[in-house]
Design a protein around this ligand. Structure first.
Ligand code: AMP
Length: 366
């Protein structure tokens, strides 16, 4: 443990009260640590399992000060916390992972420049300010630079495929620009990947790194549908995936769990993006490994040693999105299927309601 490690009974503050916060709070409780969730929305999924919940806006300075004053470290499950809120918190208590990790990942352009800057390959990209009076000609230049097809994405606030539009030919570029609604954007060359892979890794407060087995992801409509572990990749690619994660973690002097999304192409791995938090494609660890990503994150931010990410099973995780929840009674009867429901009051199309991880057999792989 580091000298400033939290002792059982101390408190981790969690910004954001969704399912990731909920699973972090459950893991913290198992290690005897308390949690305090800060979330603007009423009845957050994490609120049901955390010791304390503050329901307040991220601009509520009084509520933020009280929250920061009552916790020993702050982490987040939600990346778009306003900078002023983070300034106020950071003046009182450490934030892990650090602000730089958050700032880099919040802005797709900065993220890609950072990744290229540490020698990691990404899709070709070109900034496009959709509010500029010259937006149409900037987009034309961008299309020349990255080629077609391409994807126009907002720089900020995009998730689960939101804020993105595919451009197949120059004829649809005006509509694509209009859909950015004046936001700063970037055009990304379309990557003809063979598969999508992600790697969940962690860096402890002591700088040690632990990498879970890479998983293979299938997305539908931009939302993660399934993660299968192990991914169908060879030993070399698997090693490269972990080296990529380690390079990002070290460059950011990171503490906590990270999710790195990769495209596996004929020419090797390309980084799509990273999330400075526990990640949906790491939920399989609950049923497939000795330690799950949530406990690993709690250990890291609490200054505890990381656990060895030993995998014991081949698994497939499937998200329940919206009405998929109707399948739960049948799945509850399946052998070897570990269910996790998030307790969300309202089922909405496209909303992640829970997941199931099916154990396929003992661990095999590269
Ligand atoms: P993102 O929000 O950037 O992770 O994008 C969501 C999903 O869209 C990814 O998981 C991919 O399936 C797809 N996608 C995003 N960017 C690209 C790209 N440059 N080339 C091919 N597919 C992409």
């Amino acid at each position: 443990m580091t000298t400033d490690a939290l002792a059982p009974g101390q408190t981790i503050g969690i910004l954001g009260g969704g399912q990731l916060g909920r699973m972090l709070a459950m893991s913290a409780a198992r290690l005897g640590l308390r949690t305090h969730v800060f979330e603007p929305g009423a009845m957050p999924p994490a609120g049901e399992v955390a010791g304390m919940t503050t329901t307040a806006d991220y601009r509520d300075r009084e509520a933020l000060a009280a929250f920061a004053g009552g916790v020993d470290v702050v982490t987040y499950e939600f990346e778009n916390v306003p900078a002023e809120a983070l300034d106020l918190i950071e003046a009182r208590v450490p934030i892990r992972p650090n602000r730089r990790a958050l700032a880099v990942s919040q802005d797709r352009l900065r993220e890609k420049r950072f990744l290229n800057g540490i020698g990691l390959a990404t899709a070709p990209f070109h900034p496009v300010d959709s509010a500029s009076p010259n937006a149409a000609s900037i987009l034309r230049q961008a299309m020349e630079a990255v080629g077609l097809p391409a994807i126009l994405k907002t720089r900020r606030l995009g998730y689960d495929g939101k804020g993105q539009v595919r451009i197949e030919d120059t004829g649809c570029s005006a509509d694509a620009l209009a859909s950015m609604a004046g936001a700063e954007a970037l055009l990304e060359g379309f990557v003809a990947f063979e598969r999508e892979v992600s790697v969940i890794a962690a860096r402890g407060a002591d700088g040690r790194i632990a990498c879970f087995e890479p998983g293979e992801n299938v997305h539908m409509d931009g939302i993660l549908r399934t993660t299968r572990v192990p991914a169908r990749i060879d030993r070399k690619t698997r090693g490269h995936a972990c080296e990529i994660a380690a390079a990002i973690l070290n460059a950011l002097d990171y503490c906590g769990v990270i999710g790195v999304e990769l495209f596996d192409t004929a020419n090797g791995l390309i980084v799509n993006e990273f999330a400075p938090r526990v990640h949906n494609s790491g939920h399989w660890t609950e049923a497939g490994a000795v330690i799950d990503q949530f406990e690993q994150h709690v250990r890291a931010v609490a200054g505890w040693p990381l656990a060895a990410p030993i995998r014991h099973s081949d698994v497939e995780m499937t998200n329940f999105i919206g009405e998929d929840l109707a399948d739960v009674p049948a799945i509850a009867r399946e052998d070897g299927a570990r269910l996790h429901l998030y307790g969300k009051a309202e089922t909405r199309a496209g909303r992640k309601m829970g997941h199931v991880t099916r154990v396929l057999g003992p661990a095999t792989g590269p």
